[in-house]
Design a protein around this ligand. Structure first.
Ligand SMILES: [Zn+2]
Length: 281
């Protein structure tokens, strides 16, 4: 079934587990993620960055995911990851996305809050929940380079949540996007400290390359959504290269596409067990 992220994340927050949010770049990845969710009986979030939407527009993803979700036996969300403007968030809602993020985290607090509230006010009228972000998460989406993150102030996070009306909130505990060059210095205590001050479900970005135990611990402590992007791109591309290297005459996208799809599905299944979302659908 096709659902919004709101109840999914509140259920996860109440149940002490996280819902994995997986970045898809094409049809094979959408299919792999939904198949993994059905096998694991897990709720799932499929998400696309603004960079991905320059490659394949939101209408394509909305059409694919909505159709697949309606036939699926588990709850599926389509989410805009790191929405870069009010206009893009609005376009995704209008095309049928069931969840959006607006990322104003690089702006000063007041400007971030004003932009986020504007998106929340619009999306609310359409029944669509919004994820905001406070405290810049290091690195850059759509690249593999991670650098060190910064840390969200729990009191500021709570003030931001009540000023904007967000349904979920990305906070920084020292993670970064991309693969890590050195182990990041995480402050997991920020999770319960922030939870004490706000009821809004919390979101962990930059989980690619973190040890499984760390992600599980973060979920137990109260991260209700965990994003995985870089690792999916990496296994997809490795599987594709592996297939083509083993068969120099390969020319049929169905052959190497299937091989890459299976690799992504297996990785997503594993991440669902790390998030403890298996059997929750
Ligand atoms: Zn992110």
């Amino acid at each position: 079934m096709y659902v919004t992220s709101e109840k999914l994340l509140l259920d996860a927050a109440g149940g002490g587990y996280a819902v994995g949010a997986f970045n898809a770049e094409n049809a094979e990845m959408v299919w792999a993620i939904i198949t993994a969710a059905e096998e694991a009986r897990s709720p799932v979030i499929i998400q696309t960055t603004p960079g991905t939407l320059k490659y394949l527009p939101e209408g394509y993803f909305a059409g694919m995911v909505k159709n697949a979700a309606q036939a699926a036996s588990v709850p599926v969300v389509l989410h805009l990851d790191h929405g870069s403007s009010f206009e893009l968030a609005k376009s995704c809602v209008e095309h049928g996305y069931s969840s959006v993020m607006i990322d104003g985290s690089k702006l000063p607090f007041e400007e971030n809050a004003a932009l986020t509230k504007r998106v929340c006010d619009f999306a609310r009228r359409c029944g669509i929940p919004v994820e905001g972000e406070i405290g810049v998460i290091g690195g850059k989406e759509d690249t593999t380079q991670a650098d060190s993150g910064v840390y969200t102030d729990p009191a500021q996070a709570a003030a931001f949540a009540s000023a904007t009306g967000v349904s979920s909130l990305a906070i920084s505990i020292g993670t970064a996007h991309g693969f890590y060059k050195t182990a990041p210095a995480l402050d997991l205590d920020l999770i319960p400290e922030t939870k004490k001050r706000t009821d809004v479900p919390l979101v962990l970005h930059g989980a690619s390359g973190l040890p499984d135990e760390t992600v599980t611990r973060a979920a137990r402590l109260g991260m209700s959504k965990v994003n995985f992007a870089t690792e999916l791109r990496d296994v997809y591309t490795k599987a594709l290269k592996e297939y083509i290297a083993s068969d120099s005459g390969a020319f049929d996208p169905k052959k190497y596409g299937s091989h890459a799809r299976t690799a992504v599905k297996e990785l997503v299944r594993h991440k669902m067990s790390v998030c403890m979302s298996e059997g929750r659908a």
